[in-house]
Write a protein of this length. Sequence first.
Length: 331
Amino acid sequence: MENLINIAVVGVGYLGRFHAQKYKAIEGVNLIGVVDVNENRAENVAEELNCDYYTDFSEIIDKADAVSLVVPTSNHYEIARELISTGIHCLIEKPITTTVEQAEELIQLANKNNVLIQVGHIERFNPAIEYLYKNINFPLFIEAHRISGFKERGIDVDVILDLMIHDIDITLSLVNSPILEIRASGAPVVTDNIDIANARIMFENGCTANLTASRISLDPIRRFRVFQPSLYVSADCAKRENLVVRTMETEDPSALYNLPFSSITPEVIKHDGKDQLETEIRSFIRSIKGQEKVMVDGEAGKEALRIAFEISSQISENIKKAYFFNSNKKG
């Protein structure tokens, strides 16, 4: 029988509990326990899944081969550093850390100890996004909207780190080109952090991405659209479907510009309702077994974080200028 992979989940709040449930159901995985500083919460999840529970992550260090780290971002670095130092593979929820420097240190430590880091950018495992990776090879323009209603959960960070970072990660991996310029704008509306943001990212290969994120909207939207020569693909991440528009094949490329738009028939591709978190976790397990490369490694997580901070910084500076201008105007 194949050796079991011993897994623990550190942090079993809203999302961590789902991690533990997925591991428990996967063949070849042994959920050795769950960890949470809230003992009642840890005990309840452990009872549900028939496993041990702990209140200190250090108690699973000599027992686990791998860990899902689902604690507040401010605790990622400290806990992951200890786990990685002892040879434990880590699936770290996004964002990877609170600073780029912390992310770089974890990456170097993982390389030194031959340990895998996977960052929980779960939208990479959305079948509508997976379709993009299989069919887009020359993106020229990207437009993404990730818009939701206001929720108390996640407001400890701005909307860029909370929501937009998903589309930043997808864009960077899809375009795969150095960034030429970033222009960003946004505002705090109902919290002290930025609640609505727009970023225009221009790449050296000529592609431009326009990303919008909001957590103060009435109608939720999670849509990622890509345009390339002769092809337009929209990925609706909520519905898990793609809208595909292809121009008609012709031996004369100039004839494409003379085709009536009404003659082009869109294709709608609906995907099954597969569980993205389970897909992400199964990918992590296969990576540990050496069956595939990590889908979203530490470097990808670090780069998404770096760009998110650049966008946040630009917006914060613009907000300061706006306050300064308005205060002087009133005076």
